[in-house]
Design a protein around this ligand. Sequence first.
Ligand SMILES: Nc1ncnc2c1ncn2[C@@H]1O[C@H](COP(=O)(O)OP(=O)(O)OP(=O)(O)O)[C@@H](O)[C@H]1O
Ligand SMILES: Cc1ncc(CO)c(N)n1
Length: 269
Amino acid sequence: MSSKEVPQTLTIAGSDSGGGAGMQADIKTMQENHVFATNVVVGLTAQNTLGVQMVQPTDVEMIDAQFDSLFDDFDIKAAKTGALFDQIRVSAVIKNVKKHNIHPLVVDPVMVAKGGARLLDDQGIHAIINDLLPLADIVTPNLPEAQVMYNKPIETKDDVIDAASFIQQLGAKNVIIKGGHQSGDLIEDYVLLENGDSFIMESPKYDTVRKHGTGDTLSSAIVASLAKGNSVEDAIIEGKTYIDKILQSEILVGHGHGPLSHWGAENAF
Ligand SMILES: Nc1ncnc2c1ncn2[C@@H]1O[C@H](COP(=O)(O)OP(=O)(O)OP(=O)(O)O)[C@@H](O)[C@H]1O
Ligand SMILES: Cc1ncc(CO)c(N)n1
């Protein structure tokens, strides 16, 4: 028998009963990237590829208990947040991030599901901007989320650059503004690093509705890479390489915004 230590990671997020987004996407991504995934369930969603039918946030006592259980036992090397639902849950998560000194922390500021359902209320948005971003090693807003944080429209490439630097000044060390909502044939994710360096990760825009959970998947692949000891820059590039690869092999599941094939092109079928 052989035994092996593996890096342990944590997703602090909402559950997607449909299995394509939220912590299910996170855990699948972490598994496929060869790290061990643990989770704090911040809320439940009754959800499928067509939309979100019901949301139920977790009691704070239960959120606290999950954090305590994990940090009494596991050696968490990197963590992420996903859907946090409201200000009460955001505050509970912040309290635990501080208590357990959780870092590196990737904050995916999930606000709205692909079908349009809100996964974070207005006070929750303020709590993330004011209190969670200063604890974030990396924040990964999509374009609509970046606009909410920037509080201005983002229309040009210069707007993206200005928004990233504004969001960095809110406290997040490194910023990725994801380009999945861009029009045109190309997608550009803009990265601003802590040292002021910036770069664009470009890919073709795949014409598909089967991309439920792309944001969760990108941030979790970054967490997996960080947990293995890679630098922030390398982890971001590795995360983008993973999402780009799996977007190229579709699986036919559900009747709406279908999930990704997390096991990746070369292993599928
Ligand atoms: N159609 C597409 N073609 C190529 N890459 C894409 C496409 N859509 C998203 N991506 C990539 O997926 C990652 C996530 O971007 P996106 O802007 O979709 O995040 P998101 O809106 O937070 O996703 P979700 O809400 O589904 O979790 C980025 O790296 C982005 O470039
Ligand atoms: C629970 C949950 N988290 C995140 C997203 C965004 O992908 C979603 N649709 N559902």
